[in-house]
Design a protein around this ligand. Sequence first.
Ligand code: XMP
Length: 326
Amino acid sequence: QWTTASIVDDTVAAIREQIGDRRAICALSGGVDSAVAAALVHRAIGDQLTCVFVDHGLLRSGERAQVERDFVAATGVRLVTIDAVDRFLGALAGVTDPEEKRKIIGREFIRVFEQAARDLQAEAGAAGEQIDFLVQGTLYPDVVESGGGTGAANIKSHHNVGGLPDDLQFDLVEPLRALFKDEVRRVGLELGLPETIVHRQPFPGPGLGIRIIGEVTADRLATLRAADSIAREELTAAGLDRDIWQCPVVLLADVRSVGVQGDGRTYGHPVVLRPVSSEDAMTADWTRLPYDVLERISTRITNEVADVNRVTLDVTSKPPGTIEWE
Ligand code: XMP
């Protein structure tokens, strides 16, 4: 019987077999895959696992709390959060090119994770132990895809915890290697993870950094975070979360337009709503959201978010447009 419970039991047994009484670390991204992988490994080896969460300051509203509070409450995982907000903003200062942003964010992420891994290794060493394993949330489609990297997958540089230096080499633990996304979600629910994590829509590793068109600054992040949070709230309230694949909100930080808000003329920035429907993100169609939902999002964003005086809708499919703007 290939039930979810039996997948969990078999996987937990296999992890115990692989890791034994040794130690492992896992980088949490806030996404489904790393959360479920970590929860499985935690069920297998408990506190021999330490999770690391890097706050790069490019997260959406509430995402850090979702990891630090909800995920930890649901699993009891031992978590170390690294606050690297200033470091990432510093590295991104003055940068506007999308690929350059992606490379910088990927590079800084590896460096911060490396340092965290070294610190944890030193801590384990002081206790006469050592960390031998790195947990990754690789899914079956990732395994297949990396076997024959296609053009489409390589249009943008994605980041993962790869490319660690030689003195930080770990054996990989990949408990989701045989699973598809829907199975991963079922396993997550079986393990008691909150719906908000299990059914989270895709969110790119470089986060809001690639949803600000122009330089990434703390003020612009705050603006985008506020607009994004309103859009997500309204889509959730309208019961649309399961109907759309994801809905990036993009801040056109270098564009201004004239508006009239309250008693006066404003000269603010537009945001773009990019709701898409998709099966696998390789192709996508723009989602025909109900007008009343669009209206609520638009009214609230322009009323509640200073600096934004215009809300626009992206009606491009993929191809030719990618889902993200950068
Ligand atoms: P594009 O923009 O290429 O996005 O149509 C396809 C899907 O991938 C997500 N995406 C990323 N996910 N790291 C990730 O983990 C990344 O660097 C990254 N860039 C894009 C995007 O949100 C969409 O679901």
